[in-house]
Design a protein around this ligand. Structure first.
Ligand SMILES: Cc1ncc(COP(=O)(O)O)c(C=O)c1O
Length: 406
């Protein structure tokens, strides 16, 4: 993306080097192929298979498709797009020769506003939330203004890529964000990132803690609340209320999770118009595929029935796995989302991943802060039944004999 002279000047004033500005100009799109959830999961799979993985590796390209392998790595939702969404998608597809078929695009924007009861101008649509998540980095952090987040967590990939300071504060014992420690971590922080519920723990940080950040942060810093999984954890945890109150907050949403549209690409950033303008100047808006737009809009219209149904199915499948973990004595974090972390005694998370892969169940990823644990996505009932059977054997057999690359 070509940066305007004004934006380049602004970055220079904030301490950005020419090299960093070149990276910003490459845009979020340049970094995302290496940092989105599917790419990170693929790196984990490569590592499990002893292929080394790493950023330069496969660049997010999946291993060859094997229908026998259960793939529960990337927090995708096997329920897929809603019936109503698919019907709308098929209906709009023949109009795909137009850059923007009339009605559907306008309807999507209106629904993004009305579902959260925000005024026009308080939400920007993106093809997924990875782009605004990457854009908030140059918008609010700099070589002198850090990115502060929880650990283990998600969301600092673009910041690391850009080379600004990133501070990871360990989660509390109850796995919520330690907001007091986050505030203390840097009096000159530019952005506080809270993933709620958190990826990879699947646990919540209460609203009062978000309010604590807002009340105690440096004046011009922002709070980024990443609500990719909030729908699974109860709508009362949504923090768009803070947007309605005009706080210094940006709330990120995606249609990749409960809406089951990861490959279709739809998402949104909520916030005050002045904050959203800072985010969108780094690109990525105006690229919504009309198919995804129509599908997302139609799905939002059935949200009242769709959401409870999907929450219930996910919970049932998650509990099928938790019952087996209890029986096997495998420790896990009681997640309220479509993924969870577990720890098999005597094995590293990496070893568990490798052993499960050998039994045709692909799980992952492992976080460096907690090498004993590994994250698992909640799949279908059938997939979790296969997961349970494979895990039972892995627990019995112990660590795989082959050394795994890490
Ligand atoms: C916490 C979190 N935020 C954001 C994203 C980005 O999702 P997408 O770009 O598919 O909307 C993901 C993807 O897994 C995620 O786990």
């Amino acid at each position: 993306m070509a940066l305007s002279p004004k934006l380049t000047e602004n970055l220079l004033e904030r301490g950005y080097s020419r090299r960093q500005i070149a990276k910003v100009a490459m845009g979020a799109a340049a970094a995302i192929p290496f940092f989105h959830e599917a790419a990170l999961a693929q790196q984990a799979v490569d590592a499990q298979a002893g292929r080394g993985g790493g950023r330069g590796g496969r660049g997010g390209v999946r291993a060859p498709y094997d229908p026998e392998v259960v793939v529960i790595t990337s927090n995708e939702n096997p329920m897929g797009p809603t019936k109503e969404g698919l019907e709308a998608l098929i209906k709009v597809a023949p109009m795909g020769w137009r850059y923007g078929p009339q009605g559907e695009n306008l309807e999507f924007q209106g629904l993004l506003e009305s579902t959260e009861n925000v005024k026009p101008g308080y939400v920007t649509a993106y093809p997924g939330s990875s782009i605004p998540l990457a854009n908030v980095v140059p918008a609010f952090t700099s070589p002198t203004r850090s990115w502060v987040m929880g650990a283990p967590g998600y969301g600092n990939h673009a910041n690391r890529w850009l080379g600004n300071k990133s501070i990871s504060v360990p989660l509390r014992k109850d796995y919520s964000h330690d907001v007091e420690a986050m505030i203390k971590a840097d009096p000159n922080a530019g952005a506080f990132y809270i993933c709620n519920p958190n990826n990879p723990t699947g646990t919540l940080t209460p609203r009062k803690d978000l309010e604590y950040i807002l009340a105690n942060k440096p004046k011009d810093a922002v709070l980024i609340v990443d609500e990719a999984y909030v729908h699974f954890s109860g709508l009362e945890n949504m923090s768009t209320e803070l947007v309605r109150q005009d706080k210094d907050v940006i709330v990120l949403r995606t249609f990749s999770k409960i809406y089951g549209m990861a490959g279709l690409r739809a998402g949104a950033a909520y916030g005050r118009p002045d904050l959203l303008a800072k985010v969108s100047q780094y690109g990525g808006t105006g690229f919504m595929p009309v198919t995804a737009t129509a599908c997302a809009a139609a799905s939002m219209k059935v949200i009242k029935t769709m959401m409870p149904e999907r929450i219930a199915i996910n919970k049932k499948n998650r509990e099928l796995a938790f019952a087996k973990l209890d029986q096997l004595g495998v420790k896990y974090i009681p997640s309220g989302t479509n993924f969870f972390m577990m720890e098999v005694k005597g094995m590293t998370g990496q070893q568990v991943g490798t052993a499960m892969r050998a039994k045709k169940v692909q799980i992952g990823r492992v976080w460096s802060e907690w090498p004993q644990m590994v994250r698992v996505t909640v799949g279908t009932w059938d997939e979790m039944t296969k997961f349970n059977a494979a895990l039972e054997q892995v627990v019995k057999e112990g660590p795989p004999k082959v050394a795994s690359a890490g």
